[in-house]
Design a protein around this ligand. Sequence first.
Ligand SMILES: [Zn+2]
Length: 373
Amino acid sequence: MIRTISLLLIYAALALTGWAADGKPARAKNVILLLADAGGIPTLNAASLHGYNAPQKLFVQSWEHVGLSDTSPAGKWVTDSAAGMTAIVTGRKTWNGVISQGPDGVRGKKDGTVLKTILEIAEEKGLSTGVMSNVSIADATPAACYGHANDRRNWGEIFLQIFTPLFGDGVDVVFGMGRKRIYEEVKKVGKDLDEVARQKGRPVFSSLSEVPAGAVRGLVVMDEPIALPDAAKKAIQMLSKNEKGYFLMIESDAHTDNPAAGLDRLVAFDKLIKELAGMVGDDTLLLFTADHSFDLRLDGGGPDQPILQDWEAFRKAREPGVRKTRLAALQIDGKHTGEEVLVAAKGPGAERVRGFMPNTRIFEIMQQAWGWK
Ligand SMILES: [Zn+2]
């Protein structure tokens, strides 16, 4: 009896530390990839100061398992979202502007080898899958999960690939924005999106509330801003009906060309992540990272001087077309930068996130969490 109890205690302790009873790391059933687009370390630091008037107050900054990811694409030091996300979801570096195709292609001219994405592998294994974003769902970050193209600008070609999946039955849940332009871009490649959707039996709804109750798949592409918390909760509800598990990528834009908008969004995204962490079970790996950093630099400010206190006045006085921001506490040139970004993880498989790593390792960490590699 005592022996049984002590064994149970050992198992409970192992479960808490993320190790299964057989001595191997616990496996994840679900993986949620949380992508702050352009949310580099300087932006995380500024978001904490902006949101909480103190450093390191973001929820993701409390996670125990952290690493630093290089984001360089093929042939350059600084990446765009297309190559950055391709590396994260396929484990291969490619040229800037290219969506989940290999560097044997040429942007805008020649297709490269199709690189199978983590979403497609999950589809092939019978899991449910989803992508969502508070910017266009045909833009590079979500596109690199479900599509393949030699140029990120080919929104029509990219979005239509949702209806012609290469693996499994295709991405199940797609929630995002960019409706008007996606319809136009699909028209440019000679198709009518509603007609394609009708033929494939996958209507493209214009609001979350149109998704039928009990549905396990659904496409929502909106014009007005999407409420990411509502979308994320709905997606998890839909995807978690699959007992094999799910993969979900949630993108929140963290570009700080407009620092108030960018930092507000990042603080809100972090709050959402905290909410989701309390919602999902301990069978879910949460991975937070950025596709690249941004050139926000904090060089002043203090507890009595909010970092954005002079932003509105600066914005009103700025000449149209000028991108640079110079406030008392920070400076932004408005470009992507090449330094490492944070990778933070929580849940089964999180212990593999440590030290400096290439962005391609995030792909391996997700596969290993599921026990596929
Ligand atoms: Zn990006």
